[in-house]
Design a protein around this ligand. Structure first.
Ligand SMILES: Cc1cc2nc3c(=O)[nH]c(=O)nc-3n(C[C@H](O)[C@H](O)[C@H](O)COP(=O)(O)OP(=O)(O)OC[C@H]3O[C@@H](n4cnc5c(N)ncnc54)[C@H](O)[C@@H]3O)c2cc1C
Length: 454
């Protein structure tokens, strides 16, 4: 089929046709048509494509994804601390995408939602009946002056957020001989808002174990005004930073790194005037500013903040009903994590499925479920789980705000398996069912006495 918008009895297709009829642009012919087109083969894209590829059968789902390798990014916290190797976070993309779907190995270059078409960097124009966008976030390292140079020149500057720079973190921890160790949190929404401090607790623990702690002045310089967005877990973290003598500097945004002088310049966000504060560093872990990918920001799919404009309960686009969003690139107001993507994949399955069948939405509403395993040291983890309102939504019948060894093993050993074997295969939609079971009494097997606590 050369055009993506043929009128049929199906609801989504009819809407697609109607949208085209008032488009002023001349639609170009499509090179290929899919019933469902997915942009992005990351966590959300894989999960969504898997679900619908098994429903629609071979050849009806296309996935636009440029990368040969799929990374399990949550592993990078442990890679940075020398607990896991970076190779264990990687799998060939071909083994992660569903077999029944076509892999279109290039980048999406532009969106034409009125004509139900996406143009790719290889020149192909792909049309669709339904579109799912799961493009994740772009890392804007270049927005911090001097940082690209610092990454290449200074072995003490590292970042767990990128496959190459995470390789610098553990050597930098090992080579640290004392002085200022600074961990930054940028002035934008980011993925896994706990990760900037997880590596700090691991570093503190590492230097403690290797006899260097007394020589380290550890600082958490965050753009935020709180240590964590959910009070229950923030209270626990505040105790930890106090007990472990970690200085938290709020409202500090990293704007420049001077590798020649080993200086980091922070903008003071709580100052009326443009004021900066310069720290010397001997170790610097940088979390970059992030945003939706430029291609998405330049499209009509985003809201005024630059994220994909979807209904937070159904994940359906607010203006283009045959388009849905999943994961970090959307404006869903929850903490951006793979755990959130898992829960969203169930919402997507139900609501997109209903829309395709011509049934009214919502069928199932997202509650904002997200989770952040806050690793607080080697063998310790607070398992934060919460909803849109910042209310804890804990799976286990124990106080999850306490650092526990059991939760550390969840993070280190159980979650990677859950990710590779179930989430990206479209078979893990978050722990809601288990949470309910625990509430009905099965939780006794996990009562605190049965859990090894640290
Ligand atoms: C250091 C670190 C620690 C983390 N820790 C945790 C944790 O403990 N728990 C947790 O749940 N989550 C954690 N996360 C967050 C989690 O990895 C992300 O939230 C999740 O992967 C988001 O999934 P996504 O599908 O939205 O985006 P991604 O998985 O990032 O996928 C986006 C995909 O879109 C593709 N893409 C981009 N542009 C284009 C284009 N133009 N055309 C086509 N494709 C494109 C990319 O190549 C990529 O494959 C962590 C992340 C990091 C970096």
């Amino acid at each position: 089929m050369s055009s993506g918008c043929v009128l049929t009895a199906r609801n989504g297709r009819m809407i697609c046709y109607a949208l085209r009829s008032f488009s002023t642009a001349t639609p170009c012919a499509a090179d290929k048509h899919y019933k469902l087109l997915v942009v992005g083969g990351g966590t959300g894209g894989c999960a969504a494509a898997s679900k619908f590829a098994s429903k629609f059968g071979k050849g009806h789902v296309g996935i636009i994804e440029p990368n040969e390798t799929h990374y399990y990014q949550p592993m990078w916290t442990l890679v940075g601390a020398g607990i896991k190797r970076v190779e264990s976070s990687a799998r060939p993309m071909s083994s992660c995408l569903p077999r029944k779907a076509d892999w279109i190995k290039c980048k999406a270059l532009s969106f034409d939602p009125e004509s139900c078409k996406v143009t790719c960097t290889n020149g192909d124009v792909i049309s669709y009946d339904y579109l799912v966008v799961g493009m994740g976030l772009q890392l804007d390292y270049h927005k911090i002056k001097g940082l690209p140079e610092a990454f290449s020149q200074d072995p003490a500057v590292c970042s767990n957020y990128n496959r190459n720079y995470v390789m610098k973190t553990y050597p930098a921890l090992q080579n640290f001989e004392g002085g200022n160790a600074i961990f930054s949190f940028p002035n934008t929404p980011i993925k896994c808002a706990g990760a900037p401090q997880k590596i700090m607790y691991l570093a503190e623990d590492y230097w403690n174990r290797t006899g260097k702690r007394d020589k380290a002045n550890i600082m958490y310089n965050t753009s935020l005004g709180v240590i964590f967005g959910v009070k229950k877990y923030a209270d626990s973290l505040l105790k930890i930073v106090e007990e472990r003598n970690i200085k938290v500097n709020y409202k500090r945004n990293l704007i420049e790194v001077r590798p020649d002088k080993r200086e980091a310049v922070f903008q003071k966000l709580d100052s009326e005037t443009v004021e900066t504060e310069t720290f010397s560093y001997n170790f610097l872990h940088v979390v970059p500013p992030m945003s939706a990918p430029d291609v998405l920001k330049e499209s009509s799919l985003v809201d005024q903040t630059g994220y994909m404009d979807v209904n937070k309960f159904t994940l359906q686009h607010v203006r283009y009903p045959n388009i849905f969003g999943i994961g970090d690139c959307t404006n869903v107001p929850t903490s951006k994590t793979a755990a959130a993507v898992a829960a969203q994949s169930g919402i997507l399955r139900k609501n997109l499925g209903a829309f395709i069948d011509g049934r009214p939405l919502p069928v199932l509403e997202y509650d904002g479920y997200t989770s952040c395993p806050l690793v607080t040291g080697y063998g310790k983890c607070i398992m934060a789980e919460f909803d849109f309102n910042g209310q804890p939504l804990e799976t286990f019948p124990i106080d999850q705000s306490k650092p526990r060894r059991s939760m550390y093993h969840m993070k280190k050993d159980v979650m990677p398996e859950l990710y590779w074997k179930f989430l990206i295969r479209g078979n893990w939609e978050g722990p809601a069912t288990y949470r309910k079971l625990m509430r009905f009494g099965m939780g006794n097997i996990l009562k605190p006495s049965a859990v090894h606590q640290t």
